[in-house]
Design a binder for this molecule. Sequence first.
Ligand code: HEM
Length: 149
Amino acid sequence: MREPLTSDTIATVKATAPALEQRGVEITTRMYERLFVDPEIKALFNEAAHISGEQPKRLAAAILAFAKNVNKVDVLEGAIDKICHRHVATHIKPEHYPAVANALLPAIRDVLGEAATDEVLAAWGQAYWFLADIMIEREKRLYSHAETN
Ligand code: HEM
């Protein structure tokens, strides 16, 4: 498990979450443009959910909600659990997580421009991986549980 986030990182993420939420749809759209350049990643997504426009909204909304609550992730327990079950059903593995980070962080900069300083992006990167690690761990447990049943 990664180190806990520093209070500076938490403060930076929380201070910038409202700006990211306001422009959430733009960021999401840009993130998926970047993410789906890789056909293997694109294939992981259920086309129907993506075409309906639901999946990009869910993923981005979840990342933003998590970042806002990054200092009290225990309140997100139920939401995290639901996502992890969906991830296991769609065969998401630890090695897929960098692709989302590599799409999300540049998308934030694409949309927010200079407001997304290096400090802001670094803080968001730390928050992303903090959450990703929690999810990866939980998904590992779900996969091994599935194997023994
Ligand atoms: C911290 C990182 C992530 C967050 C917060 C997140 C969030 C979500 C959410 C909220 C859902 C919808 C769950 C539901 O149906 O209720 C979802 C589903 C999904 N996620 Fe993630 N996700 C993350 C990482 C990833 C990664 C790394 C991949 C693969 C590259 C991925 C691929 C998918 C797929 C394929 C689905 C199912 C889509 C469908 O139903 O068609 N996610 N995720």
